[in-house]
Design a protein around this ligand. Structure first.
Ligand code: BEZ
Ligand code: FE
Length: 303
């Protein structure tokens, strides 16, 4: 999809033209007047207002409209139970992240949310505190610890903490298609709200980019790579569900994360320890290992 550059000599639309365009927008918006669902009406009216404004603003050509429809058709063709090209499109346009930002309003020092991503799987194994989510995942062992609190600093015991990540080759277990499980587990915070587990240090990987969204990224010179991250979902009755990641400070992809998921507050120090350095839980490790800390603050439900 290569839109033709706007002609530098194009004149602004004449008054009669402006009237026709605005009148069409007004008529379409008026068509929702009898909608009995007020929220549906509000959303559709605003959608039409903004879509029409976009079409008028860029002076969309019929060829470009056709190319956009074709893009959507190809996105539908590649979408199946395991591949959702429309979510990827929303992700790379920042719409997923904007929806998350709007839906998870800032509340005290509550931990910020970020994108869910397509690789969460229900039914992950439960591990004890200090257990290992990595299983067969290759990568540098990484000790992760922290405390779950409310926004007044009180510990939150019994919070269910789901964690999932890709291996050192940038692959999630579900991408291997042989039924293996690694790099995912859940555990519960203890009476003091503390938690800890072994994982592998996150590394960068690309979002699926062999479809229309990948072509779009290529056309605009953008990378499909995500900054290195470890996914968290934290749930406890009485609190807002938190879906987030932590990112690795110093990762060169922090500024160009393909889905705009990075928040400054979620960038953590991952400290490297040389081989032979004693581990926090006395586990014997052959080579170097890393460690990081992520304290989680949950706002109340409904906040
Ligand atoms: C991920 O974090 O795994 C992800 C997020 C958005 C799109 C693709 C992948
Ligand atoms: Fe991910």
């Amino acid at each position: 999809m290569t839109p033709a550059a706007a002609s530098p000599t194009a004149l602004p639309p004449a008054a009669e033209q402006v009237t026709r365009e605005r009148e069409l927008t007004r008529r379409v918006i008026a068509s929702f007047a009898d909608c009995e669902n007020p929220r549906l009406r509000q959303v559709l009216e605003s959608l039409v207002e903004h879509l029409h404004a976009f079409v008028r603003d860029v002076r969309l050509t019929e060829e470009e409209w056709t190319a956009a429809i074709e893009f959507l058709r190809r996105s539908g063709d590649i979408t199946n139970d395991a591949r959702q090209e429309f979510i990827l499109l929303s992700d790379v346009l920042g719409v997923s992240m904007q929806t998350i930002t709007v839906s998870n309003e800032a509340y005290g020092d509550a931990t910020e949310a970020t994108v869910f991503g397509p690789f969460f799987v229900e039914g992950s194994p439960e591990i004890p505190i200090g257990g290992d989510i990595a299983s067969d995942a290759n990568g540098t062992p990484c000790w992760v610890e922290g405390i779950v609190t409310d926004t007044d600093g009180n510990p939150v015991p019994g919070a269910r903490i789901e964690v999932w990540e890709a291996d050192d080759d940038g692959m999630y277990d579900v991408q291997y298609e042989d039924g293996r499980t690694f790099g995912r587990a859940h555990l519960y915070s203890d009476e003091q709200g503390r938690y800890s587990f072994w994982a592998v240090t996150p590394t960068p990987y690309p979002i699926p980019h062999d479809g229309p969204v990948g072509q779009l990224l290529q056309a605009v010179g953008r990378s499909p790579y995500r900054a290195s991250h470890l996914h968290f979902m934290v749930q406890r009755e009485g609190f807002r569900r938190l879906v987030t990641h932590i990112f690795v400070r110093g990762d060169e992809l922090i500024e160009t994360d393909s889905v705009f998921g990075v928040r400054e507050s979620l960038i953590k120090d991952f400290t490297r320890n040389e081989a032979g350095t004693p581990t926090p839980d006395g586990r014997a490790i052959d080579g170097p290992w890393e460690q990081t800390r992520f304290d989680i603050v949950l706002p109340p439900a409904g906040a």
